[in-house]
Design a protein around this ligand. Structure first.
Ligand SMILES: CC(C)(COP(=O)(O)OP(=O)(O)OC[C@H]1O[C@@H](n2cnc3c(N)ncnc32)[C@H](O)[C@@H]1OP(=O)(O)O)[C@@H](O)C(=O)NCCC(=O)NCCSC(=O)C[C@H](O)C(=O)O
Ligand SMILES: [Mg+2]
Length: 297
C-alpha cells in the first residue's frame, strides 16, 4: 500500500564518492536520496564510496529525506561486497531500501531478498529494483508478483540502460518508452509497489523536465529520479497536488460529509460527477498536500 503521507516526488541520485554532494544532501528539497555505488562511481573508487556511503548513513541528519542505497549489480565484482558492507556497518541506522540495478527476472529478486535476510537486514529494509533491461521489461509482471513473498517494495525505471540495450530513442515525448512506462505502473500498482520514473539527462532544460514530469504524473508514477539539484523545484511542483486539485478534493470530501447527501452514491460537485471512489482519491490528494505543507513549514 502506498503511503500518501510520505511523498516521493523527487528522488535525487548522488554519487557516494562525491563528498561535497553528500554534504549538500541534508539541505536539499528532495523527498528521497539515492546514494549511488553503481554507475556514478568509477571502478577505482568503488571501495572508498562504499565506506563513505556507510559513514554518511550512520552520521544521519537527513531529516524527512528517505534514504535509498543503490548497490552494484550482483554479477559485478562489487555487488556482494556492497550488500554485505551495508549490513555489517549499519547496525543502528539502515537505508529504507536497497536499490538493485540490472535485475533480469523474478529469481533475481528472490535471491537478493534471501541474501538480505541472511545478512541480517531488518525486515523494514525494502528492496527496490531497477527496471532497465529488456528481460526485466518482458518479465515485469512476474517480478512485481514477488512483492508478496520477498522484500520487494519499489521499482525505479532506468531508461538510459534500456536505451543502450534496445536502441529505443530518448526523444522529447518518449514515444518509444510509453509501453514500458505504462507496464511498469500497472505491474507496480497491482502489487502495492512504489514506482519512480527514470532520469532526464538534460540538466538545464526545465521545459523538457517539466514535460517528462507531467507525462510521468499522468501515467501514475509517484515521482521522478533526478541527477542534479537544479531539477528539484520543477519536479516537486509537478508531482504535488495543485491548488485546484486541493480545492476540488476538499469540495468532494465536504460534499460526501454533508448530511444532505447521506446515502448518495454519486454527486455533482463543481459540474463533475463524483462517486465514493473519487472521495477516496480526494482524501489521498489531501493527505499528500498536508504532508508537503507540513514539510515546508
Ligand atoms: C551531472 C553532474 C556530473 C554535474 O556535475 P557538475 O557540473 O559538477 O554540477 P554543478 O557544478 O552544476 O553542481 C552545482 C552544485 O550542486 C551539487 N550537486 C551536483 N549534482 C548533485 C547531486 N546529484 N546531488 C547533490 N548535489 C549535487 C554540486 O556538488 C555543486 O555544489 P556546490 O559545489 O556546493 O555548489 C552531477 O550533477 C552528478 O554527478 N549527478 C549525479 C549523477 C548520478 O548520480 N548518476 C547516476 C544516476 S543516473 C542513472 O544511473 C540512471 C539509470 O540507471 C538509467 O539507466 O537510466
Ligand atoms: Mg542504469
Amino acid at each position: 500500500m502506498i503511503d500518501d503521507s510520505r511523498p516521493l516526488r523527487s528522488v535525487l541520485y548522488m554519487p557516494a564518492s562525491n563528498a561535497r554532494a553528500l554534504a549538500k544532501a541534508r539541505s536539499l528539497d528532495c523527498d528521497a536520496i539515492i546514494l549511488d555505488l553503481e554507475d556514478a562511481v568509477a571502478p577505482d573508487l568503488k571501495a572508498q564510496a562504499r565506506a563513505e556511503l556507510a559513514a554518511q548513513i550512520r552520521a544521519g541528519g537527513f531529516g524527512h529525506r528517505r534514504l535509498i542505497a543503490r548497490i552494484n549489480g550482483m554479477d559485478t565484482p562489487w555487488g556482494e561486497a556492497d550488500l554485505a558492507a551495508l549490513a555489517d556497518s549499519l547496525p543502528e541506522q539502515e537505508p529504507e531500501a536497497i536499490l538493485v540495478p540490472k535485475v533480469s527476472d523474478a529469481a533475481d529478486i528472490a535471491a537478493l531478498s534471501g541474501t538480505m535476510d541472511r545478512l541480517g537486514y531488518r525486515p523494514s529494509v525494502g528492496l527496490w529494483a531497477m527496471i532497465e533491461t529488456p528481460r526485466a521489461v518482458l518479465g515485469i509482471e512476474r517480478i512485481a508478483d514477488m512483492a508478496g513473498s520477498t522484500r520487494l517494495s519499489g521499482f525505479v525505471l532506468g531508461l538510459n540502460d534500456l536505451a543502450k540495450d534496445t536502441g529505443m530513442a530518448q526523444e522529447p515525448g518518449r514515444a518509444a518508452f510509453v509501453p514500458v512506462l505504462v507496464a511498469a505502473v500497472l505491474a507496480a500498482r497491482a502489487n502495492g509497489l512504489v514506482v519512480i520514473d527514470g532520469v532526464c539527462n538534460v540538466i538545464d532544460d526545465s521545459a523538457l523536465l517539466e514535460a517528462e514530469c507531467t507525462q510521468a504524473r499522468a501515467f501514475g508514477f509517484d515521482g521522478k529520479t533526478l541527477i542534479h539539484p537544479a531539477q528539484l523545484a520543477v519536479t516537486n511542483a509537478v508531482f504535488a497536488p495543485s491548488p485546484q486539485d486541493v480545492a476540488q478534493a476538499q469540495a468532494i470530501v465536504a460534499a460526501f460529509a454533508d448530511p444532505a447527501n447521506a446515502g448518495q452514491g454519486a454527486l455533482r460537485v463543481n459540474g463533475r460527477m463524483v462517486e465514493r471512489l473519487h472521495r477516496d482519491m480526494a482524501e489521498k490528494t489531501l493527505a499528500k498536500a498536508r504532508a508537503i505543507a507540513e514539510r515546508a513549514a
